[in-house]
Design a protein around this ligand. Structure first.
Ligand code: HEM
Length: 340
């Protein structure tokens, strides 16, 4: 394992708790701009959601936990020797979610996009590995600092802000952010009719030692389906969270997980640079969701998905957004566990 899951989380969470205790002992407030950028990101996400909302995630707060299994495709072994991508099926826990830290955001609200999927592969030795992806094949910033710049600009652009507002200025000078916010994000009929994208690249190594960089794709086998604009306007606040349980009572929801491979010379460390659709895509296997997880509420509160809990055969790229995610998630997780 690249990171040793529980031990590492406890260490990161403990480190954050210790730093906040030492703050209060010293009695001096640290200026926001002197805090680690990942902590500032969580603070701004919390502010944007009107939080803190005790016990919820600072982002992707509203979610639904389901379970099923993943069955690898024969082609997966050509890309990676990762244990869960060889021949045996692996049980999975999956959390679908809405963007923002607003726990009751209506599923069709414009701010509830991108949608999220977090997949936990429960490995035979008791450990796990995660994939955490979104419904847009893009990200608005190449670095955590730029992402913080965008979020802070949004936070400073309330109704009374002078024109051009801070966010208008930011988007005017950051084309990737402008592209992300203007990319259409139609409301899916169901989480089962929505595709998801890994956006950050990983380094894959197969049993022969051959290396390639790739980005995950998780696509519904029956294709994508979206609501019309009128249907979206009329959609019930929890329509997605209610639709999936009803669907799963009748049938499983299946997705093909694959990896889009970079060509030599493609940018692998910048999540704002999306590779052309002509790049080779290799199927990794089939994700089948079968039922709502009856313990899902407890599970989502007590667990943190982490895109960097990896197994031999998959390593992170040097993408700074990818590398920042675990510590941002740990800040949010630490607060969730301590009821903040
Ligand atoms: C620096 C960039 C990012 C920041 C600061 C950030 C922040 C966060 C935070 C604070 C959480 C809550 C974690 C928890 O409390 O357990 C979260 C969850 C999530 N993030 Fe990010 N994120 C970033 C980039 C991304 C990217 C690139 C993706 C996908 C490609 C993504 C997808 C998700 C998803 C799907 C969840 C929900 C996971 C779950 O269901 O537990 N995030 N993010």
């Amino acid at each position: 394992m690249i990171l040793h899951q529980k031990a590492v989380f406890k260490f990161i969470v403990a480190a954050y708790c210790v730093s906040s205790i030492s703050l209060s002992v010293a009695g001096e407030a640290i200026p926001e701009s002197s805090k680690p950028v990942t902590e500032q990101l969580v603070n701004t996400l919390t502010k944007l959601s009107g939080g803190p909302h005790a016990g919820y995630r600072a982002n992707h707060a509203k979610g639904l936990v389901v379970k099923g299994e993943f069955t690898p495709a024969v082609s997966a072994a050509s890309v990676t020797k990762a244990v869960h991508l060889q021949s045996a099926a692996t049980p999975v826990i999956v959390r679908f979610s809405n963007a923002t830290g607003v726990p009751n955001i209506p599923d069709a609200d414009g701010n509830a996009f991108p949608k999220g999927i977090a997949i936990r592969f429960q490995l035979a030795d008791g450990s796990y590995t995660d994939i955490v992806s979104i419904s847009v094949n893009a990200f608005p910033a190449a670095t955590p600092e730029d992402f913080l710049g965008l979020l802070n600009a949004v936070a400073a652009s309330g109704p009374g802000a002078a024109k051009p507002s801070p966010v208008e200025q930011f988007l005017g000078s950051h084309p990737a952010a402008l592209k992300f916010v203007t990319t259409p994000k139609p409301a899916p009929v169901s989480f089962a009719t929505q595709a998801f994208y890994g956006v950050n690249a990983f380094k894959f190594t197969n049993a022969k030692g051959e290396v390639s960089y790739g980005r995950y794709r998780i696509e519904p086998v029956n294709g994508q389906q979206f609501l019309s604009k009128t249907e979206q306007e009329k959609a019930a606040p929890d329509y997605l969270m209610q639709e999936l349980p009803a669907r799963l009572m009748k049938e499983a929801a299946s997705y093909r997980i694959s990896v889009q491979l970079a060509d030599a010379g493609d940018e692998v460390n910048n999540a704002t640079v999306i590779w052309p659709d002509t790049r080779r895509v290799v199927e990794l296997g089939m994700l089948t969701i079968r039922a709502v997880d009856a313990d899902g509420k407890t599970f989502e509160k007590n667990n943190m998905f982490n895109p960097l809990v990896l197994v031999d055969g998959i390593e992170p790229s040097a993408d700074p957004i990818l590398l920042a995610r675990p510590s941002a998630y740990a800040v949010s997780y630490g607060r969730r566990l301590s009821g903040q």
